[in-house]
Design a protein around this ligand. Structure first.
Ligand code: KIV
Length: 274
C-alpha cells in the first residue's frame, strides 16, 4: 500500500503544502463519528471533513441548509475524540459565515470542538472578508468553490459549475482570490476536469477535488457514498463504491486511499467535460 512519507506524523496545516510538493496526493473523506474516525485514521487518511453533508446523509434532509454550528460542533467532537493523525476540517454551515464576526464565533466553537481548520463555501465579497478575518486571526481556512451546496436554491439544483468561458474565467479568478485572502486549502466540487486541472496548476494552495477530475492535489468523497449507502438522493457520477472491492469498511477505506494515491481514482468516467 502507498502511504505518505512518515505516515505516523500528524497532518498539520503547513504539512499540506509539503505533502503536495512531494507529489503525494492528499486523501480526504467526510466523517461524522468516533467509530469511523478511528477507522479512517488507522487507514492513514490525511484529512477528515466534518461536512454539512451530514444534513443529507445523517439527518436525512434534502439539502445542507438546516445544519447548524451546534450540529457540526457535536460531530466534530465525536470524530476528534478518536483521531490522532488526520487534520480535521469542519464546515461553517449555512450563513454561519454571513459576517466575519459570525464566522469567527462559529470557527472558535468548531476549533474548541477539535477541528484544525474550517471550511467555507464561495468567493463573494463577504466570503473573502470572512476568509481574511479568520486567517488574520490564526484560524486556518479551507475554501470551497464550484458546486457550493449551500447555494442550491440560487443554483436551482446540484449542478456542474464552471462550464463556458465566462463561468470558467470567474472560477479561475475566484480560486486566486480565496488564496490571496488567506485560504490554505481549496475544495473544487463538480467542475469540468480540464478547468480543475488549470486551477490546480495555477494555485498556490493545494486543491482537493470532488467531481473535478484526476489532476487536483487530492480527493474527497462523502463517506456514505463511497461505502455504497443509499442516501435517498441521486448518486453523482463522481462516486465510486469502494466497499464492493474493499470487502469490509476498513478495506474500502484503504482501497480508496490506495486508489487516490496511485492516481487510479478518479478515472475519466468520474469527471465532467468542459
Ligand atoms: O459537506 C461536505 O461533505 C462537503 C464535501 C462534499 C466536499 O462539503
Amino acid at each position: 500500500m502507498t502511504m505518505p512519507p512518515d505516515s505516523s506524523r500528524p497532518v498539520t496545516v503547513p504539512r499540506l503544502r509539503e505533502l503536495r510538493d512531494t507529489g503525494h496526493k492528499l486523501t480526504m473523506l467526510t466523517c461524522y463519528d468516533a467509530g469511523f474516525a478511528r477507522t479512517l485514521d488507522a487507514a492513514g487518511i490525511d484529512l477528515m471533513l466534518i461536512g454539512d453533508s451530514l444534513g443529507m446523509v445523517v439527518q436525512g434532509a434534502a439539502s445542507t441548509l438546516g445544519v447548524t454550528v451546534t450540529d457540526i460542533a457535536y460531530h466534530t467532537r465525536c470524530a476528534a475524540a478518536a483521531t490522532q493523525r488526520a487534520l480535521i476540517v469542519a464546515d461553517l454551515p449555512f450563513q454561519a459565515d454571513a459576517t466575519p464576526e459570525r464566522a469567527l464565533d462559529a470557527a472558535c466553537t468548531l476549533l474548541r470542538a477539535g477541528a484544525g481548520m474550517v471550511k467555507l463555501e464561495g468567493a463573494a465579497g463577504h466570503k473573502l472578508d470572512a476568509i481574511r478575518y479568520l486567517s488574520e486571526r490564526d484560524i486556518p481556512v479551507c475554501a470551497h468553490l464550484g458546486l457550493t451546496p449551500q447555494s442550491v436554491l440560487r443554483l436551482g439544483g446540484f449542478k456542474v459549475q464552471g462550464r463556458g468561458d465566462a463561468a470558467a474565467a470567474q472560477l479561475r479568478d475566484d480560486a486566486q482570490a480565496v488564496a490571496a485572502a488567506g485560504a490554505e486549502l481549496l475544495v473544487l466540487e463538480a467542475v469540468p476536469s480540464p478547468l480543475a486541472a488549470a486551477i490546480t496548476a495555477a494555485s498556490p494552495i493545494p486543491t482537493i477535488g470532488i467531481g473535478a477530475g484526476p489532476d487536483c492535489d487530492g480527493q474527497v468523497l462523502v463517506l456514505h457514498d463511497m461505502l455504497g449507502l443509499d442516501s435517498g438522493h441521486r448518486r453523482p457520477r463522481f462516486v465510486q463504491d469502494f466497499l464492493a472491492q474493499g470487502g469490509s469498511i476498513a478495506g474500502a477505506i484503504r482501497a480508496y486511499i490506495e486508489a487516490v494515491q496511485a492516481g487510479r481514482f478518479p478515472a475519466a468516467e468520474h469527471g465532467y467535460a468542459a
